[in-house]
Unconditional design. Structure first.
Ligand code: HEC
Length: 250
């Protein structure tokens, strides 16, 4: 009986381990560092606008309320309504997508995942690399492929901003086995943004995704400080009490 109880735990550990493996293996190139700054409020505000303009048409963030974003990012109700709320009527609503899941399935072959926790699941560096990882591949249904999620059904939605790029590979042959190694991207057409501005756009967007994956992080830090102060005072009191109680016993 006792031994049996450990099995679900082992299964869980196995599942987590295999998830991390997929995560680490995901893709065909080295990850670029996102270098995001969760304390940079203007960056988070820009990222929120980017997300609502370029991602929320397909992706929801169903655990995130507009009111919470407004509170943390210092936006008034009018600013929220004017700049971010395209799919909602009330500020306490969560970020829903206008696209019905059945249509998404029909159009893309897979439902665009909810973005609430994606940064925790995949990591900021992955998201940053993924959004910079689209390259032209003429035979594919979307005309592009992604270095980090090969064969993805998500189109290159930021093509107007980034332009199109090609992926260069070198081929190595050893004992008759030919392997391809990714060497780098090469711009083909110019986008509205230059390379540096596009990096900034993606960084802000990923910063926002990292923030919504853990919106209470800022609150938690302040709570943590108070808990430590409380524990210190309590320790002193407990020590004094102990001395008082044991004083006569000795
Ligand atoms: C036209 C619809 C559409 C838009 C707009 C869109 N996506 Fe997607 N996205 C998808 C689909 C479909 C998938 C599922 C792809 C797959 O599984 O191959 C996806 C998957 C993803 C994933 C998961 C990748 C993974 O490794 O599993 C991330 C992250 C993502 N999108 C981020 C974004 C961001 C950020 C934006 C805005 C800049 C955006 N998407 C805009 C359709 C869209």
């Amino acid at each position: 009986m006792h031994k049996l109880r450990i099995i679900p735990k082992l299964v869980l550990i196995g599942a987590i381990a295999s998830m991390t493996q997929v995560h680490a293996a995901g893709g065909g190139g080295p990850l670029e560092e996102a270098d995001i700054d969760p304390g940079n409020i203007p960056s988070l505000q820009r990222g929120a606008a980017n997300f609502m303009n370029y991602c929320a048409g397909c992706h929801s963030a169903q655990y995130v309320r507009y009111t919470t974003i407004g509170k943390h990012l210092g936006l008034s109700e009018e600013q929220l309504i004017d700049n971010l709320m395209f799919n909602a009527n009330k500020t306490f609503e969560t970020i829903n997508t206008a696209m019905p899941p059945e249509d998404a399935e029909r159009w893309f072959g897979s439902v665009p995942p909810d973005m609430s926790l994606i940064a925790r699941a995949k990591g900021a560096d992955y998201l940053y690399s993924f959004l910079k990882g689209y390259y032209v591949e003429p035979g594919s249904p979307t005309g592009v492929n992604n270095l980090y999620l090969p064969g993805t059904s998500m189109p290159h939605v930021l093509w107007e901003l980034q332009g199109y790029q090609a992926a260069n590979y070198s081929e190595h042959s050893e004992n008759g086995i030919v392997t391809r190694q990714f060497e780098g991207f090469e711009p083909l057409t110019a986008g509205v943004l230059d390379a540096e501005a596009y990096d900034g756009f993606v960084r802000d967007t990923v910063n926002f995704l990292a923030y919504i994956a853990e919106p209470i992080r800022s609150d938690r830090r302040t709570v943590g400080v108070w808990v430590l102060i409380f524990l210190t005072i309590f320790l002193v009191l407990a020590y004094m009490l102990k001395k008082e109680i044991w004083k006569d016993v000795k």
